[in-house]
Design a protein around this ligand. Structure first.
Ligand code: NAP
Ligand code: FER
Length: 338
């Protein structure tokens, strides 16, 4: 077997101020570090670009350490083990791990999870069966405490997490599922392909007005991927006892200065609304249940999951920027190798 000694990687060149650009990234060919004891060399096949990565580009310690300038970015990826110096992995194993944004990764064998490629494709482990699927499942069922009959509103509904949250709500017996997204084609996709009952383009007018038209009866659950005006609209349209799962706030990830506050938070008092933020990592316990149920839905064709795929690790910055700007439908991935 040919063992590579160099590989292409994407580094953070500068911390973006507001919207990132390709100048904030460096694509370089670098020497691979030696494979130490307990480590493995992995050839990445596919990698994920995710909204949370924008947060890690800031020099602010959040739930995870900031990316370092001049160092390769990190993130979910699936690759094939080329060489292993650990009993945990063997050459030929296919693994999910956190060292994306590079052609080849040298990683601690314990930080990678072996997957069975006869059950699902590598890309599935970054999407419907991976972190985004887990976020949708845990957010809707655990955090929002979804109950059959609930009227559910999902923002960012044509994206990876949102498209799954809406479909899970439908499959679990929602009274109504409403989605918002950023283009007419996405709105069509929501109602015609994914089984949302109602959908609207948030560019088409005040969100609260469009939401009031779609759900005159009011909301029981809001799955928030966007924050800002979407969160305000959901507060206005919520019913008494509504539960909000705060999954993301992408409308403010590239904003400069202090974000605008939710202006209608006072609604939460009279209506007894529960607003609860979460990270997938807080819900490791539901992972086995999530995987079993989602595998069944996918196998039976009850959940549809689209992907927007860029070709080549050098295209990862572009794919990331395009995803932030809404060019994707479903999960954004970068194919690194065949
Ligand atoms: P995604 O939805 O596949 O991609 C991001 C989407 O955000 C874009 O396609 C774009 O779609 C939309 N968007 C961008 N700017 C917007 C704006 N100003 N207003 C409204 N929509 C905007 O990404 P994802 O991976 O599924 O993530 C979705 C959300 O979940 C993000 O907020 C992310 O941070 C969060 N998340 C949280 C967790 C957790 O553990 N809490 C885990 C995964 C993801 P449009 O064309 O519709 O604008
Ligand atoms: C995400 C957005 C925000 C996400 C995590 C965060 C795992 C957490 C931010 C923080 O705690 O500072 O999509 O995904």
């Amino acid at each position: 077997m040919h063992v590579p000694t160099t590989g292409t990687e994407v580094r953070l060149a500068a911390r973006p101020d507001g919207w990132p650009t390709t100048a904030d990234f460096d694509v370089v060919r670098a020497e691979l570090p030696p494979v130490g004891p307990g480590q493995a060399l992995v050839r990445n096949l596919v990698m994920s670009v995710d909204p949370y990565m924008r947060g890690r580009m800031n020099n602010v310690r959040g739930y995870a350490a900031p990316f370092r300038i001049g160092k390769p970015l990190e993130g979910g990826a699936v690759g094939e083990v080329l060489e292993s110096r650990s009993p945990l992995l063997a050459a030929g194993d296919v693994v999910v791990h956190d060292l994306g944004w590079r052609e080849y990764a040298v990683l601690g064998a314990g930080s990678a999870e072996r997957i069975d490629t006869s059950v699902a494709r590598p890309a599935d482990h970054l999407g419907a069966l991976g972190m985004p699927g887990h976020a949708a499942y845990a957010g809707l069922l655990e955090v929002a405490g979804f109950r059959p009959g609930d009227v559910v509103f999902v923002s960012g509904a044509a994206g990876a997490v949102g498209s799954l949250a809406g479909q899970i709500a439908r499959l679990r017996g929602a009274g109504k599922v409403i989605g918002s997204a950023g283009s007419p084609e996405k709105v069509r996709h929501l109602t015609e392909d994914l089984g949302f009952d109602r959908a609207f383009d948030y560019h088409d007018g005040p969100i609260w007005q469009q939401l009031a038209k779609a759900a005159p009866e009011g909301l029981d659950v809001y799955f928030d991927n966007v924050g800002g005006d979407h969160l305000d609209a959901a507060l206005l349209l919520a019913r008494t006892g509504a539960r909000f799962a705060l999954c993301g706030a992408i409308s403010q990830y590239n904003q400069k200065g202090e974000p605008a506050g939710p202006r209608h938070l006072v609604q939460a008092i009279g209506k007894g609304i529960t607003l609860r933020g979460f990270l997938v990592g807080h819900h490791e316990d539901v992972k086995p249940r999530f995987r079993a149920e989602m595998s069944g839905w996918l196998a039976r064709g009850e959940v549809l999951f689209r992907e927007t795929v860029a070709e080549g690790v050098d295209q990862a910055p572009r794919a990331f920027l395009d995803m932030l700007a809404g060019a994707n439908t479903g999960k954004t991935l970068v194919r690194v190798a065949e």
